[in-house]
Design a protein around this ligand. Structure first.
Ligand SMILES: CC(C)(COP(=O)(O)OP(=O)(O)OC[C@H]1O[C@@H](n2cnc3c(N)ncnc32)[C@H](O)[C@@H]1O)[C@@H](O)C(=O)NCCC(=O)NCCS
Ligand SMILES: Nc1ncnc2c1ncn2[C@@H]1O[C@H](COP(=O)(O)OP(=O)(O)OP(=O)(O)O)[C@@H](O)[C@H]1O
Length: 199
């Protein structure tokens, strides 16, 4: 089974590409979804986060207040490092488990959609690294538009990651998502012909 590692910067278009792959019946392992599952109210990791960050990261119903935790960690790189260290084992374990299940189910090709593929060192987990690229100017404008963030908050989130210019240099394949969606989808089709011919 081959694994495409799909990454990019925040709001560069990973979900747009992974939805297209999913429509082609390629299973997607979405690291953002897994990162949400491992901190559900019944999971011990949430209690660990509360013990460190305080009860202000909880909503009245006991679920994680993602906005409150995001406010802390995207404004302070030391806190983000600590959060990453606390969450990494559970996320890694869940991804490993999902890969195992898909392999057992007989899939030939799957996609790991991970915004922090490089930051969290998943390079060796995947066979082919694909970076979804837009220029930093387009990235920030799409992020502000989608998440209704201020310029300052959007910049902080972008700065919490390796820059998109550096990520593109580390890719096996770059999808330029600056144009129309059809152009993006054509590049994904081309990517699939390459990946399917890999031995
Ligand atoms: C801090 C949290 C609670 C904020 O939640 P929120 O709902 O506002 O954002 P969401 O999870 O939808 O993430 C949105 C985007 O932020 C970026 N992002 C998320 N986590 C990180 C991180 N640790 N480092 C850099 N960028 C990140 C990604 O591009 C992601 O697609 C959340 O992002 C989180 O739990 N992050 C740590 C887990 C993690 O590393 N996730 C990345 C997947 S491996
Ligand atoms: N080619 C495009 N043209 C115009 N808008 C686009 C294009 N591709 C994606 N977008 C828009 O840009 C925003 C970011 O795209 P998307 O949500 O796919 O990014 P992402 O990389 O998955 O983000 P995140 O890292 O936050 O998960 C969305 O609002 C999406 O609709």
């Amino acid at each position: 089974m081959k694994i495409i590692g799909l990454t990019g910067g925040i709001a560069t278009g990973k979900s747009t590409v992974s939805k297209y792959l999913a429509d082609k019946n390629i299973p997607i392992i979405d690291a953002d979804i897994i990162a949400r599952q491992v901190v559900m109210p019944d999971r011990p990791l949430l209690a660990e986060l509360v013990a460190y960050f305080g009860t202000n990261i909880l909503l009245p119903n006991g679920a994680l207040n993602r906005a409150a935790l995001g406010e802390i960690v995207f404004n302070d790189s030391k806190q983000l490092k600590i959060l990453n260290k606390m969450m990494d084992p559970a996320i890694r374990q869940a991804i490993k488990q999902r890969i195992k299940e898909l392999k057992l189910a007989g899939y030939q090709l799957v996609c790991l959609d991970a915004p922090t593929l490089f930051e969290a060192n998943y390079e060796s987990t995947v066979d082919y690294i694909v970076v979804v690229y837009v220029s930093p100017a387009i990235q920030i404008s799409r992020l502000i538009l989608r998440d209704k963030l201020s310029m300052k908050a959007a910049n902080k989130r972008i700065q919490a990651q390796i820059s998109i210019e550096d990520k593109r240099k580390m890719a096996d394949y770059v999808i330029d998502n600056q144009g129309e969606l059809d152009e993006t989808y054509r590049q994904v089709d081309h990517l699939l012909t390459i990946v399917n011919s890999l031995s």
